[in-house]
Design a binder for this molecule. Structure first.
Ligand code: NI
Length: 191
């Protein structure tokens, strides 16, 4: 296991559409070791999620895991989930403007519209099919990681650039109000 370097905004790998992974390739010891490294890197960086392109590898694999995360203290817990070759389908018109950040975009946050109810279809790390629904802030986390596999970053989705903020200024000027919004979303959607 190893903590891998996280690539940053401007690296072309973040702008490529990640390629699908075959079941045989997914099952290989090399790819299983890579997935272990992806998870370890996500944990070391306190990420709520991490996608393979963020460690320089353009394959359609990402992980999410939220458990008392200091970067996102208002996020409800999400069990460790690795998802491969995903498709995401919105299941309602409900959307919310969430403040997001990204390990590949240092010291920047901004408000991004996200669907509040999506279906995730993918493979797990062992090639078994996954098919589940996620709501609220957790739905936003999945959409953020899915975007990485499409070559998109949260900055692309910010509709009002005046919402861009450093992390320190988010804490100083915007956090208190957003924590209230986040709490209301968790109450409404259950996550
Ligand atoms: Ni990100």
């Amino acid at each position: 296991m190893a903590v891998l370097p996280i690539v940053k905004l401007g690296d072309p790998v973040l702008r490529q559409k990640a390629r699908q992974v075959s079941p045989e390739e997914l099952a290989s010891p090399e790819m299983q070791g890579f997935i272990d490294d992806l998870i370890e890197t996500m944990h070391a960086a306190n990420g709520a999620g991490l996608a393979a392109p963020q460690v320089g590898r353009s394959v359609a694999i990402a992980a999410v895991h939220v458990e008392d995360n200091p970067r996102y203290p208002y996020k409800p817990k999400v069990p460790l989930t690795v998802f491969v070759n995903p498709t995401l389908t919105p299941l309602s018109e409900d959307a919310a403007l969430l403040y997001e950040g990204c390990l590949s975009v240092p010291d920047l946050r901004g408000r991004v519209p996200r669907h509040m109810h999506v279906r995730v279809q993918a493979l797990d790390r062992y090639g078994a099919p996954l098919d589940f629904e996620v709501k609220g802030l957790t739905a936003g986390t999945y959409q953020h990681e899915f975007d990485h596999l499409e070559g998109l970053l949260f900055v692309d989705r910010v509709q009002d650039p005046s919402t861009f903020s450093t992390w320190a200024n988010f804490d100083r000027f915007h956090k208190a109000a957003f924590v209230e919004e986040a709490r209301a979303l968790v109450n409404r959607y259950g996550s």
